[in-house]
Design a protein around this ligand. Structure first.
Ligand SMILES: C=CC1=C(C)c2cc3[nH]c(cc4nc(cc5[nH]c(cc1n2)c(C)c5CCC(=O)O)C(CCC(=O)O)=C4C)c(C)c3C=C
Ligand code: FE2
Ligand code: FE2
Length: 357
């Protein structure tokens, strides 16, 4: 780890651009947020002529139930998403760490959300005004997917018209601090549970299966790589991977998280559930995992059902983000951070230019 680099004599201006999905600010912005999501060709792969009316239809149809789900997170978030405030905590921690790691440079993080404010286009304007010498693009998605990181990368490349030399971190599925942060949280969860027989259930956000089989999306491969690394680090005996948040008519990656909970019921084990593709708390952890699936587990007699928090500002995770920035400044192009894929992930953007553009 290289977070105590020598002071830079040049005093560079460095912009770190962090990608995430974004979430509504309040109940009124749930629908336009959903519209932006479903109008993304990375989410619905149809020409705009068909996609845009469909996005209108789906966002209207889902509005009321999505609003109700956002409201379940309580009044702290105005009936909207905690994603932006949680992401700000991470950028504050990252800026503090980078100020130490790169003394003499002026480093600033910018949040670029894909579907709600601060949108990628706004971040691009802010970064241009900062007039950086160097730009490091760093997704808050450890695993690369065409639906998340590539979609944001395309939006960023289209929007950014300012100065600076750019490097892109495509992914960091096995970065040391990321894996360590997960392992620490799991050990703590297991200690709280004590002697009950329990399965560690890694739950990742799903994607349609054909993105992997037909389009070569490396997401599944990279999620599996994270799970393998964390399972070794935490010394797990009984663990499984499943996929949550299925939407729409297509076949998604499986097994689904509800199916995995059924399996735990059959096997008469409790569940320690671990969000493995999200780095902060939001509707998919606070509502789907903590409320919907907790109820399902209760119904099925899966006990205990305990959920590990997302890594958030856990020290080893912020160290990974900071080290990834320092590492990226020392090389060119688009690369993963951490134990490199060394060609193991065929579709990794560093091997496969089609994935990166
Ligand atoms: C690894 C992260 C994510 C992947 C991959 C992803 C793919 C994906 N998502 C949808 C549809 C929805 N996602 C929604 C919310 C949401 N998704 C992610 C992350 C990934 N999505 C996050 C962090 C959030 C939370 C935002 C928040 O407000 O807190 C939603 C809206 C909420 C809901 O109604 O459940 C939808 C819809 C698809 C279709 C997809 C891949 C094709
Ligand atoms: Fe999603
Ligand atoms: Fe790679």
């Amino acid at each position: 780890m290289s977070h105590h680099a020598a002071p830079s004599p040049v005093g560079r201006r460095i912009a770190v651009v962090l990608f995430n999905l974004g979430g509504p600010d309040d109940q009124a912005t749930v629908k336009p947020f959903l519209f932006n999501l479903f109008n993304d060709p990375a989410i619905i792969g149809l020409p705009g002529l068909f996609r845009t009316p469909l996005a209108n239809l789906i966002s209207s149809r889902r509005e009321a139930s999505a609003q109700a789900n956002y409201a379940l997170m309580g009044t702290d978030y105005n009936g909207g998403s905690p994603l932006l405030p949680e992401t700000r905590k991470q950028t504050d921690a990252l800026d503090a760490r980078l100020a130490e790691a790169l003394p003499g440079d002026t480093v600033r993080s910018f949040i670029a959300m894909r579907y709600w404010h601060p949108l990628t286009e706004e971040a691009a304007t802010d970064v241009a005004a900062f007039a950086p010498d160097e730009i490091v693009v760093l997704p808050l998605y450890p695993q690369f997917s065409t639906t998340t990181t590539r979609s944001s990368l395309r939006a960023w490349n289209k929007a950014y018209r300012g100065p600076g030399r750019s490097r892109v971190v495509c992914c960091y599925p096995q970065a040391d601090g990321w894996v360590e942060a997960q392992a620490q949280l799991i050990r703590k969860g297991l200690a709280e549970i004590g002697d009950h027989p329990v399965r560690v259930l890694f739950s990742a956000h799903g994607i349609p299966e054909k993105l992997v089989t037909k389009d070569g999306d490396p997401y599944q491969e990279q999620v599996e790589a994270t799970v393998a690394a964390v399972a070794v680090r935490a010394g797990l005996k009984d663990h499984a991977l499943c996929y949550q948040s299925r939407v729409g008519p297509l076949k998604w990656l499986g097994p689904s998280t509800p199916e995995a909970i059924d399996q735990a019921a059959e096997d008469k084990v409790g569940v320690l559930i671990v969000p493995i593709a999200f780095v902060s708390e939001h509707i998919e952890t606070l509502v789907e995992l903590d409320q919907e699936y907790a109820e399902l587990a209760e119904e099925k007699g899966v006990h205990p059902y305990v959920r590990v928090p997302a890594v958030g500002t856990a020290e080893p995770f912020i160290a990974t983000l900071s080290d990834a920035v320092v590492d990226a400044l020392g090389r060119d192009g688009i690369r993963p951070y951490g134990p490199g894929c060394q060609g193991r992930w065929k579709a990794c953007p560093c091997q496969n230019p089609r994935m990166a553009a």
